[in-house]
Design a protein around this ligand. Sequence first.
Ligand code: FES
Ligand code: FES
Length: 222
Amino acid sequence: MTDKHTDEGQGRYPEPKYDDADSSLAGVRASRRQFIKGVIASGAAVTSAGALISCSPGGGDVSVGGVERMVRLMVNGVERTVDVLPNETLAMTLRYKLNLTGTKLGCDRGECGACTVLVDGVSSYSCSMLTHSVRSQEIMTIEGLESADGTLHPVQQALIDELGPQCGFCTPGQVMSAVALLRVNPNPTRDQVRMALSGNLCRCGAYDNYTNAVMRAAQGAA
Ligand code: FES
Ligand code: FES
């Protein structure tokens, strides 16, 4: 189980900056917004210093390190070839072999939702499924939401606008669950949003912030 306090993705969030000793409230809010923007976009920005094995898109540079078979995975629209152990979970493959550390590991046993990704569009706990079981499916992680031109997904942008996350550890999972919801229900009620995010625990208790953000994103999409 990964120690969330030493998670490499956490350590790379930009520090909040305050303009000067007598910063106005507006300045503080701007700094916090900047911080949250870093959290939301972290999936695309981080790299894993602790990665055990790395693979390039297309599978042309696969390091030898496992003892089992090579599998092809479709992750964020790119085919990746990776050496996967028989008992390896998708979360481990994503984080430690594909360097997609936006997907977090909290409980590592299907309770917290930090590891949520989309598998064929359905929000799924990647810590609780074997990588071999998703070989023929489309996997999307938080890193796959941002457009090629850098535009954030409406849910990501809404979380920034609502100053949604606190520590940010649960945020990628929350975002992926919200994206899954809005794909099938672009105009949800607050209760439907709460239900969709009910599998994502937030130790900071930012549930209302997340709900507000998803409602904002839905209104923008409607
Ligand atoms: S890490 Fe907690 S549900 Fe997967
Ligand atoms: S924002 Fe800290 S755990 Fe959710």
